[in-house]
Unconditional design. Structure first.
Length: 288
């Protein structure tokens, strides 16, 4: 769809190296086209409207007036045709099949490779909408170290799809007896993050260090720590930067790279958001 004449892409993940999803925001003009199936789950979020859309799949065809916040969900492996009758600002998300099967392995009974996500046409899901808007915000952020956050968002969206938009039978919640083991796993993950703060860390790498699947890890980490992994990682990077600013004479750019920030500007932006001061202001206040 993004290659159709007249489509104006304002942001995409083409050069981001994200492994969990592909995302793009664009202005679409009226079109009618058939598309072959792909492996990945497609979600199109309408950012404005309303606009009339006609959809045809193997089981039939229908038309709907889709308002802002309405979604067009197409499972991987399904051919479809679509006609859009007006101009539309949209956000497209392709969720990788491997991520869907990974999350399904933690959530469903039976073979995760057979999980069937149901097609949706014009429906709304406020939780998925909020998560997709989070992806949209990252698309417009020039910070190159966003892989961990998008990994987290991708798995949160997939979990919602499986719970609310699939035919899968969910596995019962684990018993409280697993809490001790979970605590050890989260402890390993925290130790790994603290030992490798200078690296670019994604969700899969941290989860592997904990010996747990990324989707299971993201849920367990938030439940036990009270923050998502990417939020905690930013916190400990800021904490290390504070120590280095207070206890060393290293330059701020050097401190930024030592703590895993993409640049001095990246550190400054997050530091001021968290602490209310720039790194230079923080260092000066400590020295006065």
């Amino acid at each position: 769809m993004l290659r159709l004449p007249g489509v104006k892409v304002s942001a995409s993940s083409d050069t981001r190296g994200w492994s969990s999803l592909y995302a793009s925001q664009q202005l679409e003009i009226p079109f009618e086209q058939s598309f072959d199936a792909v492996d990945d789950q497609l979600i199109v979020l309408h950012l404005d409207g309303p606009v009339t859309v006609h959809r045809r799949v193997q089981k039939g065809e229908s038309s709907r007036v889709i308002p802002p916040g309405g979604m067009f969900m197409m499972p991987g492996g399904m051919d479809f045709s679509v006609r859009v009758d007006g101009t539309l600002q949209s956000l497209h998300l392709y969720l990788r099949r491997a991520v869907l099967e990974e999350v399904a392995g933690d959530l469903v009974a039976g073979d995760p490779g057979h999980v069937e996500i149901l097609p949706r046409f014009g429906d709304s899901d406020p939780l998925i909408e909020r998560l997709m808007l989070g992806v949209r915000d990252v698309l417009h952020d020039d910070d190159p170290s966003t892989a961990l956050f998008t990994d987290y968002l991708a798995r949160a969206i997939v979990a919602r799809l499986i719970r609310r938009h699939s035919s899968a039978s969910l596995v019962p919640s684990p018993a409280a007896a697993s809490q001790q083991k979970g605590g050890r796993q989260i402890g390993k993950a925290i130790d790994f993050m603290e030992a490798h703060l200078e690296r670019s860390l994604d969700l899969a790498t941290i989860a592997e260090a904990a010996g747990i699947s990324p989707s299971h890890f993201a849920r367990r980490f938030r439940a036990m720590v009270g923050k998502a992994p990417h939020q905690y990682l930013i916190q400990i990077r800021i904490d290390r930067a504070k120590r280095l600013l207070s206890e060393s004479d290293k330059g701020i750019a050097e401190i930024a790279f030592a703590c895993g920030f993409a640049s001095q500007e990246h550190l400054t932006r997050l530091f001021k958001r968290t602490c209310g001061l720039t790194p230079a202001g923080f260092r000066k206040a400590r020295c006065d």
